[in-house]
Write a protein that binds this ligand. Structure first.
Ligand code: NDP
Ligand code: 8X3
Length: 254
């Protein structure tokens, strides 16, 4: 009996790589995102390999999330793995200059959207006593950096929410993992720089970032690990990324 994976934000980056990987292995796919043209293309490509159901969805809409996740076609009604991947960073300005609209969009998507999707799917997992939730956090939830202000804070929320889910679900056969990637080449930086592709390209120049496929491979491994094993959090960076020293402010007069 093929298993079913629901991926939010499947139109690009990690979510899309994950969709292709699971399709190649015969899993049924529920793919969501806002860009309908991309969902349609994914449907055409992947339904040659497996059963695919696409849902045009903005995770910021609580009503839409519940309506669409509670009316899944019967073939897709049992979700084995939920990948809460839809998310974004907007801007890198310091807190006193950052755009409040950007902040709200990140909170609405990365925090509230993820919470809505989880709350909509979780009761079905509890009812049948099985399932795996993979949240896509970030190293930015663990390590502060200038300009990371609200983005990093949303990912710190995702980390603690993931742990608290584990606490609530103790004794049930439901696993929760927070995957925390470092720099990865996707459309992430194009979005962060509000569509400035030149600036975005520079983020990945002269280094070797993680690829979307690297993250899809990790998600595949998690989904196929034994049911009695829960990976609580999995932080992953490219080999060419590491921590720097803490900053110290210096001035002649001091
Ligand atoms: P991409 O920009 O390539 O993909 C983001 C996906 O999220 C798209 O499919 C987009 O779909 C979807 N999305 C964004 N906003 C919404 C929304 N409101 N409703 C529904 N879907 C939405 O970036 P990545 O693949 O890199 O990002 C995926 C996740 O990984 C994010 O949570 C990001 O924060 C995290 N991450 C990324 C890292 C990186 O360096 N790339 C590192 C660590 C974490 P659409 O626009 O069609 O709605
Ligand atoms: C994306 C990684 O370091 O750009 O979450 O915030 S980082």
């Amino acid at each position: 009996m093929p298993k079913t994976i629901l991926i939010t934000g499947a139109t690009s980056g990690f979510g899309k790589a994950c969709a292709i990987t699971f399709a190649q292995n015969g899993w049924k796919l529920i793919l969501t995102g806002r860009r309908e043209d991309r969902l349609a293309r994914l449907y055409d490509e992947l339904s040659l390999k497996t059963l695919v159901h696409t849902i045009s969805l903005d995770v910021r809409s609580r009503g839409e999330v519940f309506k669409k996740f509670q009316s899944l076609p019967v073939d897709f009604a049992t979700i084995d793995v939920l990948v809460n991947n839809a998310g974004l960073a907007l801007g890198l300005l310091p807190a006193h200059e950052a755009d409040l609209d950007d902040w709200e969009t990140m909170i609405d998507t990365n925090v509230k959207g993820l919470v809505y999707c989880t709350r909509a799917i979780l009761p079905k997992m509890v009812e049948r006593n099985g399932g795996l939730i993979i949240n896509i956090g970030s190293i930015a939830g663990n390590w502060p950096y200038p300009g990371g202000n609200v983005y990093g804070a949303t990912k710190a929320f995702v980390q603690q929410f993931s742990r608290n889910l584990r606490a609530d679900l103790l004794g049930k056969n439901i696993r929760v993992t927070n995957v925390e990637p470092g720099i990865a080449e996707t459309e992430f930086s194009i979005v962060r720089y509000h569509g400035d592709e030149e600036k975005a390209k520079k983020v990945y120049q002269h280094t070797r970032a993680l690829s979307a496929q690297d993250i899809a491979d990790i998600i595949w491994w998690l989904a196929n690990s034994p049911e009695h094993v829960n990976i609580n959090q999995l932080e992953v960076m490219p080999t060419l990324q590491a921590w720097g020293p803490l900053s110290v402010f210096r001035e002649e007069r001091l």
